[in-house]
Write a protein that binds this ligand. Structure first.
Ligand code: F6P
Length: 365
């Protein structure tokens, strides 16, 4: 067995990161007599050689803790690192730093950006294994990522709270959720929270359809409507709403603001009072759900087996009830989006949920 391994958390934080760090570290120490080191702030720490030992005591009591004790960055990319006015390749520094750490494997816990970089480092000779993390749930090679369930729970709680105020004030309430180009959070939380209209990037919406749905409900005596919109949702033939361009990030576009755009349009066309709420980073913080704690522990302990077997260049993925090795190369092929024939979309349509398309919203199959 390896006698020294390193752990890194990259990309946006989410609930369950510490549970994975704990699982990897405890198993590596208890069952393999291994030393563990933690890289600080994701790839930023690898580039600038910042790391520290992780002892048993360091990971004790962190199972329920949100965020990551190691810190993270969703900007630093060793192959395209912001410097002055441009970007430079610092991957040679990273390879050198890793060699000097004397580790036999690097555990990269991250989403598609982090694991695509991990794949490149693997190709550059670094022994690496990956663990799938993201609230967005948009990673190829796995049915689910840890952090997603916790984000859905927070969002569902939010929708429940919005529901009562929507009912009381007879308003249209629009709840914007994260997810980048994927609508997984909107679909799951929309279903769990009983959203009347759920807008996801995978189904471009038509504002006329949304207005008709709201008016139809209003005519039937439903004096409020709940619209759950993914930050990456866009109108048919139109584009996403960009909140911010982060210039020193390898992936600079941050989405956001669609709820306010829609709110204006719906209010002016229906004459019904409308308010917009953005769930934002609330979806990433706080304690993981029990589902995520269990998943994180399964993934973290299993990844130590992969290291023992030298199954480098792979991520541990979820396939039904099983955990499977997935080549990082496959994971790096872009986001996993919802297919429009997804069973959850069918179920939602069956209970009258409108997706902003004329598909089956008004029983016109
Ligand atoms: O990928 C996780 C995520 O929370 C996305 O859902 C969201 O678009 C993005 O990160 C937000 O990034 P930042 O924290 O840089 O605003």
């Amino acid at each position: 067995m390896a006698n020294r391994i390193a752990i890194l958390t990259g990309g946006g934080d989410c609930a369950g990161l510490n549970a994975v760090i704990r699982a990897v570290t405890k198993k590596a120490i208890l069952e393999c007599g291994c030393q563990v080191i933690g890289i600080e702030d994701g790839y930023e720490g690898l580039i600038n050689n910042r790391y520290r030992p992780l002892d048993y005591a360091d990971v004790s009591g962190i199972l329920t803790l949100g965020g990551t004790i190691l810190g993270t960055s969703n900007k630093a990319d060793p192959y395209s690192y912001a410097s002055g006015d441009g970007f430079v390749d610092r991957s040679h520094d990273v390879v050198e730093n890793i060699k000097n750490m004397g580790i036999s494997c690097l555990v990269c816990i991250g989403g598609d950006g982090t694991l695509a970089i991990a794949h490149k480092l693997f190709q550059d000779g670094i022994p690496i294994v990956g663990v799938p993390k993201t609230i967005d749930n948009d990673l190829r090679g796995t049915d689910i990522t840890f952090g997603f369930d916790s984000a859905v729970q927070v969002t569902t709680d939010g929708i429940d709270r919005i529901h009562s105020t929507a009912q009381s004030h007879h308003r249209i309430m629009i709840i914007e959720v994260m997810g980048r180009q994927a609508g997984w959070i909107a679909l799951h939380a929309g279903l769990a929270g009983g959203g009347d209209i759920v807008l996801i990037p995978e189904i471009p919406y038509e504002i006329d359809c949304i207005v008709e749905k709201v008016m139809e409900r209003s005519k039937k005596g439903k004096r409020f409507s709940i619209v759950v919109v993914a930050e990456g949702a866009k109108p048919k033939g139109g584009d996403v709403v960009v909140k911010k361009i982060v210039n020193d990030s390898a992936e600079p576009i941050r989405l956001g603001g669609i709820a306010f755009v829609l709110g204006e349009q719906i209010e002016s066309r229906t004459n019904l009072e409308t308010r917009a709420v953005v769930m934002g980073h609330l979806q990433r913080g706080g304690a993981p759900t029990s589902y995520d704690r269990i998943l994180a522990t399964r993934l973290g302990t299993r990844v130590v087996d992969m290291i023992e077997k030298k199954e480098f260049g792979h991520m541990i993925g979820v396939n039904g009830d099983s955990l499977v090795n997935v080549p990082l190369e496959d994971v790096a092929q872009g986001p996993r989006l919802i297919t429009i024939d997804h069973p959850l979309i069918k179920s939602a349509r069956s209970v009258g949920t409108c997706f902003g398309d004329y598909g089956t919203c008004f029983g016109e199959e």
